[in-house]
Design a protein around this ligand. Structure first.
Ligand code: SF4
Ligand code: FES
Length: 548
C-alpha cells in the first residue's frame, strides 16, 4: 500500500485521498476551515498549507521540495511524499492566516453561541499569534435574518464559503452567495429570497465559526454544559444518525452524526426541530384514572400504584383483548408489549398503529432524502410482533376489528406520536363500553375516554432499536431521564405482566431484551445486525482546575 510521511509519522493511503484526508484518517490534525468531506474542495482559507517534499523521477527519485507551500486539502497524496505542517514556513503561514482572519473579527466570544466549539477559537489557541498588530478601525458587517431558522452575524464570517457550497451542491437551492469583493465581501441571500429549504439548519453546523446561528438555540445554553448522546431520528423513517444535546434533563438541540450510507453529514429541519413535543407543556406526565383527573405530584407513587391496580383489574376478563402497538415505539417496546398481551390472551387481536405519511420522499442533489413516512419503526414493530407468532394487523385492519368484533372487551392503545393521531372513526371504533388502557404522551380525543392512562416515554427518554425505511436496524441510547413520572412502554409492559402473573417486577434493559429477542430464529438479526453508536471519546480539558 502506498504511504506518505506527515510530520515524521508514516501513513498509508488509498489512491484518490488528499493529504488532509490521510492525516485526518489517522487522527493527525492539520488545521482546516473551508474543507468539508461533504462539499467540493475550493482551498480558499489557506490554513492547511504545508511544506511538501516529493520524489523526483527525473532525479533518480530524490526527494525535492515543491516550490511553495501547498494546500493539503487539494493536493493528492502520492507515494513517498514527505509533508510538514510543523516546519517554520508552514507555521509562519498558519500564523499569518489566523492574523488575517481575526483582523476584522469582533472577538465577541463571551456572547457567541459558537464559543466552545469554534474552530477560530481553537486554532487561535493552537496556531495563532498571541497579539494583534492591527490598529486601524475594524470593518463592521451587519447582522441579518436570512431565513426561518438561521441568523447571519457577518462580522464573524471567515468567508470559507462552506454555506454557499452547501446550498449549491447539497440542496441545489442556491439561496446563499458571496457579495462584494476583498475586505468588504460578505455572505448574503439574493434580494427577496431567504434561506428556505428543508435542510437549511445544516448551514449552522457547517459554519466553522459563529457567523451562522440557529435561532432556536440562540443564547439557550453554553455548549460546554451539554452532554451529547448518540441517537437515531425518532420522528421519521429515515434512521438518520443524530446526537441529542441536553443538560439537566432538558434537550436543547439535535445535531447530525455522520453516516455515509444513511444521512451523510446532514439532517432535515423537520428532524432538527421536530422533537419539541417531548417538553410540551400539554404532555401528560402522570398516570390518570377516569374517575380522577389529576394526581398531585408528591403522590406519584400512589398514582402509579392505583393506576396499575386498575389496569390489572380491567385487563382480566374472559373476552378478547385487542392491542395496537405504535410505530413510534422501539423494537424492544414492541417485544415486551407483545409478550404481555399474549400472556393475558393468547388469541389477542394485535396490530401496528397508523403510520403517518406526508407526500412523497424528496431527494436532494447531495444525496440526502427527506422521507415521506413519519414514523421511525413501523417495520421493526411489525417484525418483532410477527416473530412472536402474531398475525399482525395494520391500522385499518385494527379499526375494522374494533368495529366488528364484539368479543373484544379490553383494548390497549399506545401512541407516542408528536401530534394528534386519533381519527374520529377510530375513536368510534374503540367505542365507550370496552375497558381502555391508553399509554401515550400528548393529549388526544381518547385521553379522557381512557379508563386508565399511563404516561409513556419518548425515544429520547429510553434506549432501544429502530428499523428504518431500508431495513437497517440501529440502536440508540437513553439521552435523558423520563420526564416527570413517565415510563418507557417496555417497562410498563413488564410491570403489568409481573402484576398479572404475581411475579417480581424486573427493570427494563434494552441490551438484555435484544439478547432475549435474538433467541428467536426470526430475530437473530437483533444481535448480529444492530448498529450500535460509537462510544464518544472523552475529551480531556487542557486546563487544570484550580480550587479557589
Ligand atoms: S457564514 Fe460561516 S460557513 Fe458561511 S462563509 Fe462565513 S464562515 Fe463560512
Ligand atoms: S482547508 Fe485547505 S485551503 Fe482551506
Amino acid at each position: 500500500m502506498p504511504s506518505i510521511t506527515i510530520n515524521g509519522r508514516p501513513a498509508e493511503f488509498e489512491e484518490g485521498q488528499s493529504i488532509l484526508e490521510v492525516a485526518l484518517a489517522q487522527e493527525q490534525e492539520i488545521p482546516h476551515y473551508c474543507w468539508h468531506p461533504g462539499l467540493s474542495v475550493v482551498a480558499n482559507c489557506r490554513i492547511c498549507l504545508a511544506e511538501i517534499w516529493a520524489p523526483n523521477p527525473r532525479n533518480e527519485g530524490k526527494l525535492e521540495p515543491m516550490p511553495k507551500l501547498m494546500p493539503t486539502c487539494q493536493t493528492m497524496a502520492q507515494d513517498g511524499q514527505v509533508v510538514y505542517t510543523d516546519s517554520p514556513k508552514a507555521v509562519a503561514n498558519q500564523r499569518s492566516v489566523m492574523e488575517l482572519l481575526l483582523i476584522n473579527h469582533p472577538v465577541d466570544c463571551p456572547v457567541c453561541d459558537q464559543a466552545g466549539e469554534c474552530y477560530l477559537q481553537d486554532y487561535a489557541y493552537r496556531y495563532g499569534r498571541a497579539s494583534s498588530r492591527f490598529e486601524e478601525e475594524k470593518i463592521k458587517q451587519p447582522k441579518k435574518d436570512i431565513g426561518e431558522h438561521v441568523l447571519l452575524y457577518g462580522d464573524r464570517c471567515i468567508m470559507c464559503t462552506r454555506c454557499v457550497r452547501f446550498t449549491r451542491e447539497v440542496t441545489g437551492t442556491e439561496e446563499l452567495m458571496v457579495q462584494g469583493r476583498g475586505a468588504t465581501e460578505e455572505i448574503d441571500v439574493f434580494p427577496g429570497k431567504g434561506l428556505d429549504n428543508e435542510l437549511s439548519g445544516n448551514v449552522v453546523d457547517l459554519c466553522p465559526v459563529g457567523a451562522l446561528l440557529d435561532k432556536d438555540f440562540l443564547f439557550a445554553q453554553r455548549v460546554w454544559f451539554m452532554t451529547k448522546t448518540p441517537s437515531i431520528d425518532g420522528i421519521t423513517a429515515s434512521g438518520d444518525n443524530i446526537s441529542v444535546e441536553h443538560n439537566n434533563g432538558t434537550v436543547f438541540r439535535l445535531k447530525p452524526r455522520p453516516n455515509a450510507s444513511i444521512n451523510k453529514w446532514w439532517i432535515s429541519d423537520e428532524i432538527r426541530y421536530g422533537w419539541k413535543f417531548i417538553h410540551d407543556e400539554s404532555r401528560h406526565v402522570m398516570p390518570m384514572l377516569r374517575s380522577r383527573d389529576e394526581w398531585p405530584s408528591p403522590k406519584a407513587a400512589e398514582a402509579w400504584t392505583a393506576s396499575m391496580e386498575a389496569a390489572t383489574k380491567g385487563l382480566k376478563s374472559d373476552g378478547r383483548l385487542a392491542m395496537m402497538v405504535s410505530p413510534m415505539l422501539s423494537c424492544e417496546d414492541a417485544w415486551h408489549l407483545g409478550q404481555m398481551a399474549l400472556s393475558i390472551d393468547p388469541q389477542a387481536v394485535i396490530g401496528v398503529g397508523p403510520v403517518p405519511f406526508n407526500g412523497e420522499d424528496k431527494s436532494f442533489p447531495g444525496g440526502y432524502t427527506v422521507r415521506a413516512e413519519k414514523a421511525p419503526n413501523a417495520r421493526g414493530v411489525r417484525r418483532v410482533l410477527s416473530a412472536l407468532g402474531i398475525d399482525v394487523l395494520d391500522a385499518v385492519g385494527m379499526e375494522k376489528a374494533l368495529s366488528s368484533n364484539t368479543s373484544i372487551d379490553r383494548v390497549i392503545l399506545t401512541g407516542n406520536y408528536p401530534s394528534e393521531w386519533v381519527t374520529p372513526s377510530f375513536a368510534d371504533a374503540v367505542g365507550q363500553e370496552r375497558f381502555l388502557l391508553l399509554i401515550d404522551t400528548l393529549p388526544n380525543s381518547l385521553t379522557s375516554r381512557a379508563d386508565v392512562f399511563l404516561p409513556g416515554a419518548t425515544w429520547m427518554e429510553k434506549a432501544g432499536t429502530f428499523e428504518n425505511v431500508d431495513g437497517i436496524l440501529q440502536s440508540f441510547e437513553q439521552a435523558i431521564e423520563p420526564v416527570d413520572y413517565c415510563k418507557s412502554e417496555a417497562q410498563i409492559a413488564m410491570d403489568l405482566q409481573s402484576a398479572l402473573s404475581g411475579q417480581k417486577p424486573t427493570v427494563f434493559n434494552a441490551a438484555a431484551t435484544r439478547q432475549a429477542m435474538a433467541s428467536q430464529a426470526a430475530l437473530d438479526r437483533f444481535v448480529s445486525d444492530v448498529t450500535l453508536p460509537k462510544v464518544p471519546q472523552t475529551v480531556e480539558s487542557d486546563m487544570s482546575i484550580i480550587e479557589l
